[in-house]
Structure formats: structure tokens, C-alpha cells
Write a protein that binds this ligand. Sequence first.
Ligand SMILES: [Fe+2]
Length: 249
Amino acid sequence: MTTAAEKEFLLFTDPYKKFGEKILLKISHTLRVKDLCVDIAKSLNMNQDDVELSALCGLLHDIGRFEQWKRYGTYNDSQSVDHGDLGAELLKERDLINAFSMTNHNTILNAVKNHNKYRVPQTLDDRDKLFTDVTRDADKIDILYLFAEGFLTSRLHGAAISESVYQSLMKQENICTRAIKTKADVVAFHLAFVFDLNSTRSFEIVKENDYVDKMIDRSMGETTNAELKTQLENLRKHIDRYVADKTRR
Ligand SMILES: [Fe+2]
């Protein structure tokens, strides 16, 4: 990883630090995502230039978050702006992207813009899709880590997982944010990240770190709702089997 790009990132984020803890959390998330991108890129036998490009996509994926927090005081895209779109716009408009790289602009912009989309647009060419997929995987793995270790929580109370959301998970489908109705759906939404992972290495990281089981254990401890407990145990078995299949070589 080029330390020059990392320095540039820290220079960019520095003025936002006055907005507090939430900004620092995004900086640390970004640095972990960058490392995960390197891990995944190496597992795909990318050459050194492409490993560095993957690292750069990870480093820039949430560049829109800082301006989002400054302008709207929230990280909730539906209440403010799509932070992937905003990030790509900022990189282009402010000519910021040149500070990080003089080449591969489209690949970087596509990874930033599409890292948070429900689906990757089919219009991306194979190379741009590859770097977008690496970035999406790394981002999702770090969010699973944050939930598994209790840094993010959904504060479960009351309602179980909505039937339509539960059925989507059982069909191994990604959940659309519009489908979220209950706090338990938020947990389900994040568990479903597993179904959107691409690389074998990504599944290995999830398995090695027990992210799914840890997330489910935490949720079980937060609820007394019997229906939800049953749903979570069913999902545990279902997702563990899916991850086991994806890591079987
Ligand atoms: Fe993001």
C-alpha cells in the first residue's frame, strides 16, 4: 500500500475530526477496509499494482461519509444522501482523485460509487466489477466485525424478523433497505451481507472470525422474543452451512 495515499487520506479527513467520535470511527473503519482489500486482492493473485489499486479503492470507498456527516449530521443515506454517489462526485468535482492516483480513475470512481449499492450495475466491465466486488466484500466484512464485536448494535426489542425479510434470507438473498420494518430486520439485513460476498477469501475471513455466530449470539442475548430466538437459530444453521459450502475447496 502506498503510504503516500494514506497520508493524503489523513490530510483530507483531518478537518472533519472536529465533528467528533463518529468521524474517527469512519477513519478506523476505512483503514481496516483498506487492509481487507489487500488481503482479498492477494488471495486473487493480483499483481502488485492491482493490489495497490484495491487498497486505494478501500481507502476511498467511504470518502463521502465525512462530507455527509458535516452536511447532514447523519450516516443514514435515506435521510440524507447516497454516500457512495457523494464520494464519487467529490473525488471528481474537487479533482481530489489526482491527489491519490493519476491513473485508473474510472475503476476507483466505480468502486466508490457502487460499494454501497444493493446490486452492482451490469454495465461495469469485468475489471471495474472485480475492484468493486473486492471493495464491497471488504466493507461488508468490516461491518460484520463491528456487529460481531458489539461496536454496532441494533438494540433489539419487541418484534421478530418480518416474514418477507426472513424468507429472503432463507432464499440466500440480499435485503433491500426499503424492506426493513423492525429492529430485528436490521440484524437480518446485516446477516444477509454474507450472501453478497464474492471471493472465497471473504468467506474464509467470516468463518475464521466466527462473525455470524458472534452476531447471532449477541442478538440472542438482547431479546426474550421466542419467535425471534427461533428465527435466529434457524438463520445460524442456514448461514453457517452457506459459508461452509463457499469455503469448501
Ligand atoms: Fe460505505
